[in-house]
Design a protein around this ligand. Structure first.
Ligand code: MTE
Ligand code: CO
Length: 421
């Protein structure tokens, strides 16, 4: 495998030998036939009836999976109504995030807004200001988009060094859903954007309103006024009945409980946006309008919350990669902290501005690993190391940490969040 890392030979000595990887690993997984009561005896579940069909009109995950839930970090914010929790990405597979465990970020709590009470206004530099009811929206031609929504603060706690044990907390401010809705372009065309209109300001119905400005070109491109996610109505916490889907852009632009679209000749500065969603640079200047999420990836298993329990031999290494600039074209995985890399399989469909699943099947010899993944997107952008990011952006910054994550897999299979210099 090609070696693109530039680390010295001393690291190798520390890491030890025997990181056999790649190739076919089909043999040696299943046990030889034995007198296993689970095979030889009649089980309870085969001796009586199961639940009737109407036991749960709307199903929830079986209780064996009750650990697969959103979690928060209590010390992170002062109040749970202006807070964030995290998707259990260490325990999910594929690419679609079920709504029930998709992270939530509210500035003033999740509100309850019925379809009957729902109104969407289009105001500002338009020929005809309009108000839509929910039913009005359902009469426009629809489109379907799968997109990731990543909070700009994802990974923000890791700028100073490895801090939180698990990708749920370090990279879990992300979800990926299939949305159905009306292209915002169609609603803007209905109202008729005046030639002076250059910016679109979107606002929610909650107390925070979460007002955000985006260039008109983006609004006319792939932005969706969405009412379904993963085939069903949006959940309350994700903006029921209508939210904005802004593919590739940071999560705070994805206005929930969408109530107003204003067209203006310049960006409307909401107070919060100027104070919060900027990237403070080492020289005291701030990067602004950094909406597009750069390419990033993380190994979801093994990881601190998903240690290796089965011992050495065949091991599936898997993770997620994404880019706000388009499709993921390649993910490399390193078992030795970035000294050597091998290309992972991109499994399933690779969609633009959506999560991509990758797998690498290895034969683990039981020695420690320093697992890393590195995403490349269709623009040729290569996910940087955390130190490369720090060299440019310094340590004052909270947002847009897309640096390479390192997991230290110990010989006993336990995994820790670490950084290698
Ligand atoms: N929209 C409204 N109206 N109010 C909010 O507090 N939070 C924003 C955005 N849209 C927010 C909002 C932020 S910062 C993020 S990261 C995403 O919603 C999170 O979406 P989710 O809660 O569906 O995960
Ligand atoms: Co956010």
């Amino acid at each position: 495998m090609s070696e693109t890392g530039k680390k010295g030979a001393s690291r190798r000595a520390v890491l030890g030998a025997g990181l056999a990887a790649g190739g076919a690993v089909a043999a040696g997984i299943a046990r030889a036939q034995s007198a296993d009561p689970l095979i030889t005896d009649v089980q309870d579940w085969a001796s009586s009836f199961g639940d009737a069909v109407d036991a749960a009109p709307y199903g929830t995950p079986i209780h064996f999976e009750s650990h697969v839930v959103r979690r928060n970090v209590e010390w992170l914010t002062e109040s749970p109504v202006s807070s964030i929790n995290f998707t259990p990405i260490h325990a999910l597979e594929g690419t679609i995030t079920p709504q029930g465990c998709a992270f939530e970020r509210h500035h003033s709590g999740a509100i309850e807004l019925s379809k009957q009470d729902y109104r969407l206004m289009i105001t500002g530099l338009v020929e005809q200001p309009l108000v839509f009811t929910y039913e009005d929206l359902t009469r426009f031609p629809r489109s379907i988009t799968t997109a990731f929504c990543e909070c700009a603060a994802n990974g923000g706690m890791e700028w100073g060094g490895a801090q939180l044990e698990g990708c749920q907390f370090t990279q879990g401010m992300i979800h990926n859903m299939e949305y159905t809705g009306v292209p915002l372009r169609l609603l803007l065309e209905e109202a008729g954007v005046k030639p002076e209109g250059k910016w679109v300001y979107a606002e929610g119905a909650d107390a925070s309103s979460n007002g955000r400005s985006m260039p008109l070109e983006k609004a006319m491109d792939d932005v969706l006024v969405a009412f379904y996610a993963n085939g069903e109505a949006l959940r309350k916490e994700h903006g029921y009945p209508v939210r904005l889907v802004v593919p590739g852009f940071e999560g705070n632009m994805w206005v929930k409980w969408l109530r107003r679209i204003g067209v203006y000749d310049q960006a409307v500065e909401s107070r919060e946006e100027t104070s919060k969603y900027t990237d403070l640079m080492p020289d005291g200047r701030a990067r602004k309008w950094t909406w597009v999420m750069d390419a990033k990836s993380v190994i979801t298993s093994p990881s601190p919350q998903a240690p290796i329990r089965h011992g050495k031999g065949p091991l599936v290494v898997t993770g997620l990669a994404w880019s706000g600039h388009g499709k993921i074209t390649r993910v490399d995985v390193s078992l030795d902290g970035g000294v050597t890399w091998q290309e992972a399989r991109l499994t399933g469909d690779v969609k633009s501005k959506a999560l991509t699943r990758f797998h690498l099947d290895i034969d683990w010899d039981g020695s420690e690993l320093f697992l890393q993944s590195r995403a490349v997107d269709e623009t040729g952008y290569v996910q940087p190391t955390k130190n490369q990011l720090r060299d440019i952006r310094g340590l004052n910054n909270v947002y847009h940490n897309n640096g390479i994550q390192t997991w230290w897999v110990r010989a006993d299979g336990e995994v820790e969040n670490v950084e290698i210099a």
